[in-house]
Structures are given as structure tokens and as C-alpha cells.
Design a protein around this ligand. Structure first.
Ligand SMILES: Nc1ncnc2c1ncn2[C@@H]1O[C@H](COP(=O)(O)OP(=O)(O)OP(=O)(O)O)[C@@H](O)[C@H]1O
Length: 287
């Protein structure tokens, strides 16, 4: 594996209401790797993404991203875990239902990270009509949205908005891309088209990617590793390498070896679900 870029070490996360989402969970992701998280609904996949983004702090254990404790201000971080001199990691985020600011054009929406994230922020006022606008336009062209930069979000279809949201996730050249079912709401053709675009973008820039998905063929097409989680509280049950050569083709995603992998993953998740149901029934009886 490449040098570790994300590490969840013995992480437990209990939400305020009492739900135990993760229980002593470990996960390592190498720099430049593409890892998919799959598992039963509610097992804690999005929770791992939020912890990695620093939007949540673990109840116990540690989440280290690029040498820094995720979400911790430098002064408050645990110096045993954390390199206070490590630069802040640039993160790109894309979710299932992209939120675009309706009063901005698509190009302006795509440029939002450049307005917020350093080092781009310092030059935003000077470059927003030049270099940054060109960067946004180039990405829009790459995802098939050439000529749509001046449109408003309500003038685009759901699939087009999702393409634009991928551009927004990538415009500040993030080292880490966190994707939470970004293709989940799309029709199959658009979804597969975006898989291909996603793969091209990953091959070109090699960010580290953590993808949450329910679509097992998507995980097999896109990821280098697939981590199967148990039912809640989630732990990594199985860590599968996806050895297929790149660039992968959509036709290839129907090949027998991918079908076999998908079927094995499906069985593993079905078992994880029934184990989870049995545990929940035991807990109810004990209560
Ligand atoms: N903010 C919150 N407050 C309380 N409980 C939460 C919160 N967010 C998530 N949970 C609970 O934590 C558990 C894990 O949620 P999470 O969203 O991480 O699961 P998931 O695997 O991504 O689910 P899905 O596949 O259905 O999207 C679930 O039982 C969920 O109801």
C-alpha cells in the first residue's frame, strides 16, 4: 500500500441521541488510493466520511488525515498523533443531492471552493474572471457541460447538476475526494457515463478517494479496494483488492470476473445484514 493517507484507529462514534454508529473501527487508506465503502443501510458508511472530513469528532480513537488529526484545530490536537506542521489537506466533497446556490451561475457555483480554500482564496478577487473561470470552464467541458457555465442551477437537469457538483468537488485540486453516493440518484446511463468520467479524472490527478455506494458494480468499476462493513455498529468485515487493469471499460464491468466479485460482495452484505438483525433481536429480548 502507498503511504497511509487516512487512518481511523480504534474509532468509536456514538451520536448525541445514543446511537452507536461505529464501535472500535479501524481503516487505513493509502495515498492516491480509491477505496469504496459498502455495507448494509445504516451501518456507518457516511459517518466514516464525516469523520474523515472533520465534520464529526470520534467519541474515542483517532482519525488522522494527511498527518493531521481530522477536524482538530492545531493547538487542540493530540501531539502524539498529529504533526502540527503538516499542511491542511484540501478536501473535495460530493453527495447524492447536490446543493447549488440558486442565485449564482453554474460556473460561479463550481468556483465556490476557490473562494473559500487557501491558497486560492487569497487570489480569488483577482482571478475569478480570468484563470479561475477558465479552470471551472475546462472542468465543465470535461464532464460534458461545455457552454452551460452561464446557466443557473434550475436550468439544469439532475444529471447535469451532479456533473457540475463533481466539478465543484475537483476545482481546487483536492488531495482527498469524499464521495457519498454521488451517482445514486441518476438513471443508469448517466450514472455509467459519470463513472467513466470519474475514472478519467482520478487517473489524471490521482487524489485519494473514499466512495460510499450501494451499487456494487460501481464499486467494482471504480475502486482499487472495496471495504465491506458489518451492520451497525459498523466495522470493516472484509477488505477486497480489485485487481482489474485500468482504464476499465463499461463493457468490462459486465465481465464474468466482475460479476463474480459483485455476487460475493452481495452475499457478504446479506450475511452482515442478517447478523445485524439477529443481534438487534437479541438486544430487544435482553432489554
Ligand atoms: N446526526 C445523527 N444523529 C443521530 N444518529 C445518527 C446521525 N447520523 C446518523 N445516525 C445514525 O447512525 C447510524 C449510521 O448512519 P450512517 O448515515 O453513517 O449510515 P450509512 O451506512 O451511511 O447509511 P445508508 O447506507 O442508509 O446511507 C444510523 O443508524 C443512523 O440512523
Amino acid at each position: 500500500m502507498n503511504p497511509t493517507f487516512i487512518e481511523l484507529a480504534d474509532v468509536t462514534l456514538r451520536y448525541g441521541g445514543g446511537t452507536l454508529a461505529l464501535d472500535h473501527t479501524d481503516l487505513r487508506v493509502g495515498e492516491g488510493d480509491f477505496v469504496a465503502l459498502v455495507g448494509p443501510s445504516g451501518c456507518g458508511k457516511s459517518t466514516i466520511l464525516k469523520l474523515t472530513a472533520g465534520l464529526l469528532r470520534p467519541s474515542s480513537g483517532a482519525v488522522i488525515v494527511g498527518g493531521r488529526e481530522a477536524g482538530a484545530p492545531a493547538a487542540a490536537a493530540d501531539a502524539r498523533l498529529h504533526d502540527p506542521h503538516a499542511p491542511r489537506v484540501r478536501i473535495g466533497l460530493a453527495f447524492q443531492n447536490p446543493t447549488m446556490l440558486p442565485w449564482l451561475t453554474i460556473r460561479e457555483n463550481v468556483m465556490i471552493p476557490l473562494k473559500i480554500v487557501q491558497p486560492f482564496r487569497a487570489d480569488f478577487a483577482r482571478k475569478k474572471r480570468g484563470e479561475y473561470a477558465e479552470r471551472a470552464e475546462a472542468l465543465l467541458a470535461q464532464v460534458g457541460l461545455k457552454g452551460f457555465g452561464d446557466k443557473r442551477p434550475w436550468q439544469l437537469s439532475g444529471g447535469m447538476l451532479q456533473r457540475a457538483s463533481l466539478c465543484r468537488a475537483l476545482v481546487h485540486e483536492p488531495q482527498l475526494l469524499l464521495l457519498d453516493e454521488p451517482f445514486g440518484a441518476l438513471d443508469q446511463f448517466t450514472r455509467e457515463e459519470l463513472w467513466a468520467i470519474m475514472q478519467d479524472l482520478w487517473i489524471a490527478k490521482r487524489p485519494t478517494v473514499l466512495l460510499v455506494t450501494h451499487d456494487l458494480r460501481e464499486s467494482a468499476y471504480l475502486a482499487n479496494r472495496i471495504c465491506v462493513m458489518s451492520a451497525r455498529p459498523g466495522r470493516i468485515l472484509e477488505d477486497r483488492a480489485v485487481p482489474f487493469a485500468r482504464p476499465r471499460t463499461l463493457e468490462g464491468s459486465y465481465a464474468p470476473e466482475i460479476a463474480t466479485l459483485v455476487q460475493e460482495l452481495r452475499m457478504r452484505i446479506a450475511h452482515a445484514r442478517s447478523d445485524g438483525d439477529a443481534r438487534a433481536a437479541d438486544d430487544r429480548r435482553a432489554a
